[in-house]
Design a protein around this ligand. Structure first.
Ligand code: GUN
Ligand code: FE
Length: 386
């Protein structure tokens, strides 16, 4: 097309058309160099060379779409590999909360956040869904950094008002107020006037605020309901953790004995078609159905689940239930910040599930994810989930 100014040639362009259809061909990707937008993808046989186009030769290299990391924690980048001999709740208290608390110092936060954004981009993550910290300034700073680097990002100011250490906890009212301020600050960075625009246009922004109650154990009912109201008011996405580990699930059960963990989020109005929940290992068939019915998505974080010995989940069971699913690095539950490693660990979790099923039942017909499905989860599947 007339707009095309640079053409990238590769003997292997690979991308997903759907869960089961992976296209792999010899061809060219045309890019409008002014906007950086991909304007054409053609098989080599259909491509007409033209003097106006600069051809960049990626012979013997792959061209793939940008990867989508549907769940990670920016302040935990410096903690990769630490304390992985502990279960989740103890690990959070010992390693995670003290390190996140340091981001009150904005210069420190800037240093750490710059590192994770550079590292994820270097590894091909063009869209990343982040938890920042409870500090409003640090969340806005993370948005500044992703905007400057050109990474599409979901930016969550974390909320927690109970069962948290004195040095890393908020008051309910100010947690809600500073969350609303943060949303507006992130809009302002992009000269976005939410009063003049249709709510759906927030999804055209490069940095999208996301409502981020950490998880049920650290959030009061009042906080969760207030956050649901903010999500409704601005039509924002929502992210949290759900049923990641046995200890956490028991904790929630003791506070809410008469409903499931999933039902708590639903009753608090935090489970809808703009929600993405990380992990979702310890769920009943009914819970999975509820997630599907609400149109919510799941961020599957295989490596984190091994590192913290949380559990093993095969993403195939989520796909089979019709739930939108993506992959997350979950740094620093997971020590690897890149999506290629995440694809590999997802494959291992899936194979472990096939093996487990076979050892329980020698006639089991359960089969692990295919490579085409793994590639989909890291790209198009993650995009659909977000
Ligand atoms: N559940 C609540 N907070 C966290 C966190 O920071 N990491 C993981 N893996 N799980 C959580
Ligand atoms: Fe997480």
């Amino acid at each position: 097309t007339a707009m095309t100014s640079v053409v990238y040639y590769s003997s292997r362009i690979v991308h997903s058309l759907s869960l089961t259809k992976l296209q792999d061909f010899h061809g060219v990707v045309g890019v409008d160099s002014k906007s950086g937008t991909i304007v054409s993808i053609e098989k080599l046989a259909d491509f007409k060379a033209d003097d106006a186009k600069q051809v960049i030769n990626f012979r013997n290299k792959f061209i793939v779409p940008g990867f989508v990391d549907t769940h990670t924690h920016a302040p935990q980048f410096v903690n990769r590999g630490l304390g992985l001999d502990m279960p989740l709740m103890q690990w959070l208290e010992t390693y995670t909360f003290p390190k996140e608390a340091k981001c009150k110092d904005i210069d420190y936060a800037t240093t750490v956040f710059s590192k994770i954004v550079d590292m994820t981009i270097k590894n091909g993550t063009t869209t990343c869904c982040y938890f920042a910290t409870i500090h409003p300034k640090s969340a806005v700073e993370l948005a500044k950094i992703t905007l400057k680097r050109g990474q599409r990002a979901f930016i969550g100011k974390v909320n927690m008002d109970m069962e948290s250490p004195k040095f890393y906890i908020e008051e309910t009212k100010s947690s809600l107020q500073t969350t609303e301020d943060t949303i507006n600050d992130i809009f302002k960075l992009q000269s976005y006037d939410c009063k003049k625009q249709k709510p759906s246009t927030i999804y055209d922004l490069l940095a999208i605020p996301i409502i981020t109650p950490r998880f049920v154990p650290t959030c009061s009912d009042e906080l969760m309901k207030g956050l649901a109201n903010l999500a409704e008011k601005y039509q924002l996405p929502i992210q949290s953790h759900l049923a990641e580990s046995p200890g956490e699930s028991d904790f929630v059960k003791s506070r809410f004995p008469n409903e499931s963990y999933t039902e708590v989020y639903k009753r608090m109005n935090l489970l809808n078609d703009r929600t993405i929940m990380a992990h979702c290992i310890y769920l009943s068939t009914e819970d999975i159905q509820l997630i599907k019915k609400c149109g919510a998505s799941i961020a599957h974080c295989a490596l984190s689940n091994f590192d913290l010995s949380s559990g093993i989940l095969c993403a195939k069971t989520l796909l089979a239930a019709g739930v939108k699913t993506g992959l997350g690095t979950d740094v620093s539950g997971g020590y690897a910040p890149d999506m290629l490693s995440t694809i590999r660990f997802t494959a291992v979790a899936s194979a472990a599930t096939e093996i487990n099923n076979r050892s329980k039942d020698s006639k089991s017909t359960y089969r692990k994810l295919k490579n085409s499905e793994l590639f989909y989860l890291a790209t198009l599947g993650g995009a659909e989930a977000l």
